[in-house]
Each structure stands twice: as structure tokens, then as C-alpha cells.
Design a binder for this molecule. Structure first.
Ligand code: SF4
Length: 316
């Protein structure tokens, strides 16, 4: 016996993250610095450090961008208030919001215009949730658990709708939505699930493969919602799971020499950190790799409008 690595697929970069990273690379090459990004371009330390080292300035508020300066919005999107402040300060904006996040924003606007109160299922404080709630701040409430749903009170005549953050646990969201439907049988829901294809596929792979493994290694940053969900899912299946940014964080005490190790990566984690981890496990334990693809992904998003025509690749 020897250590086996079940290398899950799909894993790692999704179409939204690919688009955001390509956008920032292109903007940097075309416009140079100073170049600001509002919030982390994607929630990954490795990616953010690489761009910071290349001269990109990440900001938490637009005050940090000089008037007339150039700023990119991250894949997680921004509220209309931020767009307005940017316009007032004459900032040159590039919008790298993932189209699947924009879709949720549009649904929020549509329901709010229709007089609905919108219940957003998500994690408080996440960049995406802040941006989405900003579309209709007076018509939205956030719920994070079935208990939150129990605490909701609305007049019987109030029209209700729900939306979800794109990177939730499918199982947790289902529990919360079921409770919403129990309490508010007439609640309206979006035509299609808001949890994005990449989140669903990465979770499906872990759900399926964790049963064959003794331990899971998830590459991703602590503030990456979809990566955190992969860890929770592996634990729910009954195996220990560790969320790490890089191979240097591996603790050999996590593994037995004959273990089957499930290796996957959140949607914002680059493949290089996966390869590094595999190399470490190979060297230390003589691990053999068994790639396991449970689904094909073939999704691409166009570059932001502001960058189209600038690309040198055939994606332009
Ligand atoms: S995880 Fe989903 S919603 Fe988020 S950037 Fe990727 S594709 Fe878009």
C-alpha cells in the first residue's frame, strides 16, 4: 500500500475568476500603474500577492483612489452606491464582475421594482452580499440559517422573493430555502438557481469522492466562500479536511502513509498551488495520483466591455 491522491475535477479556477484575472493582467499590460482594484480581485492570497508584487494597489474604499484614477471592480461585484461614488470622483472604472453575480443583481432590481421584499440567502460581510444588497437596500433582508428564517416577520400581504449568494453550500441553501417555503408558501424564486455552476460542480466532486478518501486537502484562502464550503462538505461526509493556501502549510501529521487523500481547489485557487502540494506529498509519502473527473466544464465569459478590443489573444 502507498498513499493515493484522488485529484478531483472540476477544481480550481472558474470562468469568472479566469475572466477577472485575465482582465487585470490585460489592464496592467495596457495601462500600467497606478492601477487600483476595489477589494481583492478574487479571494486568493497567491493571486492577490502576485498582482500586488506587479504594482497593483488593492483598496477597501474608493477614497484611496486619487480623483480621475483607474480602478477595477473585482469578480464579486459592487453596489450602485460604489458606481455612483466612482462617477462623482471621475474614476476610470473597469468592471470585472462575474456575469453570474451580475445576474443576481439584476434579479434583485427586478423584484424590488415589482414591490417584493427580497430575502437573500448568504453570508453577512461577504463582498458579493454587500454588493447585491446595495441594489435594493430598503427591500432586502439577509438570512444565513434556518433559524434566521424562523425569526422573520412580514405582513401577510407582503410579496416575498428569495435570491442566493453564488457560492453557498448547495445542501445548506436547500435547507434554508425549504424553511422559507414552509413559512412563506407563496414566496417567489428566481427562474434558475443562483448558486453558480462552478460552485455546484466542485461540491459535487467532493461529495462523490470524499467517500473514497481518508482526508481532504482543499487549496484556497480562508476568506474564499466556495473553498470553505468544500471543506465543510468533506467533513460532513465524515473525513478531516484542511483548507490551505499553499504547500508550505501542509502538516505531515495530517496523513497516514497509506491514506487516500482527496485533493481539490476552490474556484479562486490557481493550479500551481495544487501542483506544489502534489509534489510535496509525492516526495514525502511516495503518493501516486489518480485524476478523477466527474464532470466536464466548458464555460467562458467575455472580457469587461472596457477592455474588449485591447486583448491580444483570440478572445478579443
Ligand atoms: S465562483 Fe461562480 S459566481 Fe464566483 S466568479 Fe466563479 S463562476 Fe462567477
Amino acid at each position: 500500500m502507498m498513499m493515493k491522491i484522488l485529484l478531483a475535477s472540476p477544481r480550481g479556477f472558474c470562468a469568472g475568476v479566469n475572466m477577472a484575472i485575465e482582465s487585470l493582467e490585460l489592464a496592467l499590460a495596457r495601462f500600467g500603474t497606478p492601477l487600483h482594484v476595489y477589494h481583492e480581485i478574487v479571494h486568493n492570497q497567491y493571486v492577490v500577492k502576485r498582482f500586488r508584487d506587479a504594482g497593483v494597489t488593492f483598496v477597501e474604499t474608493l477614497d484611496e483612489v486619487p480623483a480621475g484614477g483607474r480602478v477595477m471592480y473585482s469578480a464579486h461585484g459592487v453596489s450602485p452606491e460604489i458606481r455612483q461614488i466612482a462617477a462623482e470622483r471621475n474614476l476610470q472604472t473597469i468592471d470585472a464582475t462575474c456575469p453570474l453575480v451580475t445576474k443576481v443583481h439584476k434579479e434583485a432590481v427586478r423584484y424590488a421594482k415589482g414591490g417584493y421584499t427580497i430575502i437573500l440567502v448568504g453570508h453577512g460581510g461577504h463582498d458579493e452580499v454587500i454588493g447585491t444588497m446595495g441594489e435594493a437596500p430598503n427591500s432586502m433582508v439577509l438570512v444565513e440559517s434556518p433559524q434566521d428564517v424562523d425569526a422573520l416577520e412580514f405582513p401577510a400581504t407582503q410579496s416575498l422573493a428569495y435570491l442566493t449568494q453564488t457560492t453557498l453550500s448547495v445542501d445548506d441553501a436547500t435547507r434554508i430555502i425549504n424553511r422559507l417555503r414552509e413559512r412563506f408558501p407563496n414566496i417567489a424564486n428566481p427562474p434558475k438557481d443562483d448558486i453558480c455552476y462552478a460552485t455546484q460542480n466542485r461540491q459535487e466532486a467532493v461529495r462523490e469522492l470524499a467517500r473514497e478518501a481518508n482526508v481532504a486537502l482543499v487549496l484556497g484562502s480562508q476568506n474564499s466562500s466556495n473553498s470553505q464550503r468544500l471543506v465543510s462538505l468533506a467533513k460532513e461526509v465524515g473525513i478531516p479536511a484542511h483548507l490551505i493556501d499553499a504547500a508550505a502549510e501542509i502538516d505531515f501529521a495530517w496523513f497516514g502513509k497509506d491514506d487516500t487523500v482527496l485533493v481539490t481547489a476552490g474556484a479562486s485557487a490557481p493550479e500551481i498551488v495544487v501542483e506544489d502540494c502534489i509534489a510535496v506529498l509525492r516526495k514525502q509519502f511516495g503518493a501516486v495520483v489518480e485524476p478523477r473527473a466527474i464532470r466536464e466544464e466548458n464555460v467562458h465569459f467575455p472580457l469587461p466591455r472596457e477592455l474588449r478590443g485591447l486583448a491580444t489573444s483570440d478572445r478579443s
